[in-house]
Design a binder for this molecule. Structure first.
Ligand SMILES: Nc1ncnc2c1ncn2[C@@H]1O[C@H](COP(=O)(O)OP(=O)(O)OP(=O)(O)O)[C@@H](O)[C@H]1O
Ligand SMILES: [Mg+2]
Length: 538
């Protein structure tokens, strides 16, 4: 009797095993690194991303590119995750992290081809990654919060090559001032800096405002457009007639009845506004709607009102002015109000904004970005956020390293020396780890139209002769002491990028079986082998 075949899994489950699984995953990871490679460094190019709803993003920021691409391949998605971690932990260096991970995997493939077991490779990578952290600590340079000049340079390095390039100097000033101002007992919470955008004027008009700016003006032209000695109420319920949840029918048979009904509704609103007035508020920010009649009454009482203010703005105003967000009108009392010297409506081009100045908490800050178009403003915002992240983490750890590929070259050199002291096959993996780091200076050179082989050769020999800060200065296109050329980055960019890149490379290398349930949608993990087409990126 013939043996019955054993069926473990349903038919629609696809499976890739052993070398096939590894090859497929490595290929996908390499492709992700290739995508962002051309954007690295001051001479990197930008990408234009068009969403299904035709929204356009023009950016140079690694994590933004990868998030917008809606990558589906499972291993490639793991690469996107490192970019996201880098973004939340540091705010910059996302391209670098993804590129190192891609190169680590590409180099691992060479070893796999030589029949070196993945476990040996992962062990070598882990050893090299730990050594890298040790070396980084050793070569990092200390700075203090008083080194304002250095902090400015860090912000400028973060912004080179991004849309903000032309006004780097001005932005760096704003960034350093902002971060130093919100610093509280050595702690920095970048959430305390509000970023607001306004279309109109040039990017050079971007300003740092002490206080909060929100992108809404007063809702009625009859309201005052300036309130001094403001007492601010924050409410998160609508100031409008109750909207019956279910369809309601009201039958009215006489004009008196109609009159009575309208009067009753109006009385409700009058009571609401009366309560606001009684609390002593002369400014109100409402998270929901305010209807026409309520607007009229508020204007009559000379109360400045904004409606549909976002939750995050409500929270920022609350923190800055000491106002409590009230969810029930009965709770609104003078004790729940916040204070600011001035609330003012300001018109910028087509935009109406509200400035809240002289807040109870003097640390409240807003960076107001100006620019000619939404796309420009968005890219400036990303650049400024990179700068803020870099300055904040340099201040927090007090440690920085030389950019322009210098730190990667020095790391590669010392990791190679460490590799030579090992005896097993792991040595080969350690060597590949070192050369993966050289991918950063090589790509900086390539993106600037220089020959990467020549650049790496010269950098190697300079580092061998003890010049540990020799890097590629892309302002002059020369190899020189980049620390003197003031190309400086926070240490955390590198420690974070190297540790998450090696973790993900190790994780991907350890996979030798991909079991994918296709469900109805069809499966994605074969697509990387066919390449990226416009209709199926992965
Ligand atoms: N003037 C310069 N000359 C040479 N290299 C520079 C210069 N300015 C910055 N760099 C280098 O450029 C690299 C950073 O490039 P970039 O900002 O495009 O990528 P990232 O920081 O890795 O990612 P992202 O900013 O997209 O999150 C760093 O290695 C940095 O040292
Ligand atoms: Mg950067």
């Amino acid at each position: 009797m013939p043996e019955k075949p054993v069926v473990l899994m349903p038919e629609d489950v696809q499976r890739l095993l052993g070398r096939d699984a590894q090859r497929n995953n490595i290929l996908a990871a390499k492709m992700v690194a290739e995508i962002v490679k051309t954007t690295l460094g001051p001479k990197g190019m930008d990408k234009m991303l068009v969403s299904p709803t035709n929204d356009i993003t023009v950016t140079n920021d690694g994590v933004t590119i990868l998030e917008e691409m809606q990558i589906e391949h499972p291993a490639a998605r793991m690469m996107v995750e490192i970019a996201k971690t880098q973004e939340t932990e540091v705010g910059d260096g996302t391209t670098t992290a993804v590129m190192i991970a891609g190169k680590l995997l590409e180099n691992a493939e060479k070893l796999l081809d030589k029949k070196i077991h993945p476990i040996v490779i992962t062990k070598g990578y882990r050893m090299a990654s730990e050594k890298a952290q040790e070396i980084l600590k050793d070569i990092a340079i200390k700075i203090t919060p008083d080194d304002e000049d250095v902090l400015k340079q860090i912000a400028m390095t973060a912004m080179t090559g991004k849309g903000a390039e032309d006004s780097r100097d001005w932005f760096a000033d704003i960034i350093v001032k902002a971060v130093k101002q919100i610093r509280d007992n050595g702690k920095i919470n970048l959430g305390d800096i509000k970023i607001e955008k306004s279309k109109g004027d040039g990017i050079k008009d971007t300003e740092l405002i002490s206080g909060i700016v929100i992108d809404k003006g007063a809702i009625s032209r009859d309201m005052p457009n300036l309130v001094r000695g403001s007492r601010i109420a924050l409410v998160d319920f609508p100031l409008e007639l109750r909207n019956p949840e279910i369809e309601t029918k009201i039958s009215i048979s006489s004009p008196e009845q109609l009159h009575g009904f309208i009067e009753q509704e109006e009385r409700g609103i009058r009571e609401m506004i009366e309560k606001v007035k009684l609390s002593g508020a002369n400014v109100i920010f409402c998270q929901k709607g305010i209807d026409d009649f309520a607007q009229y009454l508020l204007a009559k009482e000379k109360i400045y009102a904004c409606r549909r203010v976002s939750r995050s703005d409500m929270e920022k105003i609350s923190k800055a002015t000491g106002a409590r967000i009230v969810s029930n009108l009965g709770e609104l009392s003078p004790f729940e109000l916040g204070n600011a010297d001035l609330v003012e409506e300001v018109v910028h081009g087509e935009d109406f904004l509200t400035y809240i100045r002289g807040c109870q908490n003097p640390k409240a800050l807003t960076i107001l970005i100006h620019g000619g178009s939404e796309h420009v403003i968005d890219e400036i915002e990303r650049a400024i956020k990179d700068g803020l992240g870099d300055v904040a983490c340099s201040l927090q750890s007090g440690l920085v390293v030389a950019g322009g590929g210098a730190v990667e070259m020095e790391l590669a050199k010392r990791i190679r020396e460490f590799g030579n002291s090992l005896s097993g096959r792991e040595q080969l993996a350690v060597e590949e780890f070192a050369s993966a780091l050289e991918f950063i200076p090589a790509s900086l050179a390539e993106n600037a139209g220089l020959d990467p082989i020549d650049v790496i050769a010269e950098l190697k020999s300079r580092h061998d002769s003890g010049e540990k800060n020799a890097g590629l200065n892309l302002f002059t296109n020369k190899i020189e002491n980049v620390l003197e050329a003031r190309i400086i980055e926070p240490l955390k960019i590198k420690t974070q990028a190297i540790s998450s890149a090696s973790e993900v490379a190790i994780m991907i290398l350890r996979i030798d079986d991909v079991i994918a349930s296709t469900g109805k949608r069809g499966n994605d993990f074969g697509k990387a082998q066919r390449g990226i087409g416009p209709e199926d990126m992965f």
